[in-house]
Structure formats: structure tokens, C-alpha cells
Design a protein around this ligand. Structure first.
Ligand SMILES: *[C@@H]1O[C@H](CO)[C@@H](O)[C@H](O)[C@H]1NC(C)=O
Length: 200
């Protein structure tokens, strides 16, 4: 009753099972390696955080029906050595600077991402940034950030060759208060000044 096909299937089943076991083993051992290297307690220094608020009317910046929408950007300094996130099972890492702040309802919190970077090599994993500008202009679900206090920190994801995405955050964090955006009058004056500077 044993045909070639049946035997082939049997071998294949074994192979699939073996690959499955091997993948789990690789994922677990590289996770252990990360833990050993202190990946989940990496220090970072975030400093010189300077948030700037503006008011936008465009849909591209979260405004609906041309209603004024408060946007927020920031500049920051950062020092973080993310080298320990790299081992033989690390394909690349994704790092991002976030701000977390209290939401509208009790106990809830909101989070925004100002900046991110993909790092594909251990050689580029020691980050030193100075006066770095946020990549994104962010807005809240509400019209304004209401001067709430936010915690800024650096988080990361590891994309492994084998296994699932691993996430964590560095231990350094800093508190900032969202500034009040300039009023209509101030914003106009600011625009005028910029226009004049451009002409010179
Ligand atoms: C990472 O960069 C900082 C600042 O330039 C330096 O002090 C530190 O020694 C570097 N770490 C490694 C592992 O190269």
C-alpha cells in the first residue's frame, strides 16, 4: 500500500515539523540573548526637548472642515547606544520617539510619534543626535493638546529573521508640557516675519 507519494509526504511532514521546532528554538534563543545583553533596559538620554505649537487648517494636518487644529512639533537631542539589539537573528530595528499624555477620560492615555528611523546595521546603532527635528507634525484627537504634560521616550521594535516582532523601550525619558499655540494675531505676525526673512 505504500506508494512513493505517501512516503514522500511522510518525509515532508517530518521536515515541516523539524523546521517548526527549529524556528521556535531560534526565536527563543535569540530572545534570551537579547535579555542577556540588557536589551530591555537600555539607557537613553533625551534632552533639549523643545516643543513648538502651531495652528493648522489643512486636512493634511488633522483639521476637519477647516476648523483650527493644534499641531505640535519638537526638536531634541538624543544619545542611545542600541547596539545590544543586534544579534544574528536581527534583520533590522525600528526606533521611534513618542510622547504619551493623559487622554480625555480618566485613566486613558494618548500617544503620538514625532520621529522614527530604521537601522539595518549594528554599525549605525549608536545614535547621537543633536538638535534633531521631528519628522512628523502631530495632533490630538481633540482640537488642542490643552497644555497637558507628556512623557517623551525612545521605543524600538526588532524585526527578526525568524520569529515575531519584539518591542521594547529605552529607560531614559523626559517630561515636557505642550506649549500654547500662538493666537491668530501672533501667527500672522510670525508668518510676516518669515516672509520678510525669505525676501532678504
Ligand atoms: C556611542 O557614542 C557615544 C557618544 O559619541 C560614545 O561615548 C560611546 O562610547 C559610543 N559607544 C560605543 C559602543 O561605541
Amino acid at each position: 500500500m505504500f506508494s512513493i507519494v505517501q512516503r514522500g509526504q511522510h518525509v515532508l511532514n517530518h521536515a515541516v515539523t523539524l523546521i517548526g521546532i527549529l524556528s521556535v528554538f531560534i526565536a527563543l534563543s535569540s530572545y534570551a540573548l537579547l535579555q542577556q545583553g540588557g536589551a530591555f533596559n537600555l539607557p537613553s538620554t533625551i534632552s533639549g526637548v523643545s516643543p513648538q505649537a502651531t495652528v493648522r487648517m489643512s486636512r493634511r494636518f488633522g483639521s476637519v472642515g477647516s476648523k483650527e487644529k493644534e499641531n505640535n512639533k519638537l526638536t531634541f537631542d538624543l544619545q542611545a547606544d542600541l547596539t545590544p539589539l543586534f544579534n544574528w537573528n536581527t534583520k533590522q530595528i525600528f526606533v521611534y520617539l513618542t510622547a504619551e499624555y493623559p487622554g480625555k477620560s480618566e485613566g486613558s492615555s494618548n500617544k503620538v510619534t514625532y520621529w522614527d528611523k530604521i537601522i539595518t546595521s549594528k554599525d549605525n546603532a549608536n545614535l547621537t543626535l543633536q538638535n534633531e527635528k521631528s519628522k512628523y507634525s502631530v495632533w490630538d484627537v481633540e482640537d488642542t493638546f490643552r497644555n497637558r504634560e507628556a512623557t517623551v521616550k525612545l521605543e524600538w521594535d526588532i524585526q527578526p529573521y525568524v520569529g515575531i516582532l519584539i518591542s521594547g523601550e529605552t529607560t531614559g525619558e523626559v517630561d515636557v508640557v505642550f506649549p500654547t499655540p500662538p493666537t491668530g494675531e501672533e501667527a500672522r505676525a510670525e508668518k510676516m516675519k518669515k516672509r520678510q526673512q525669505k525676501q532678504h
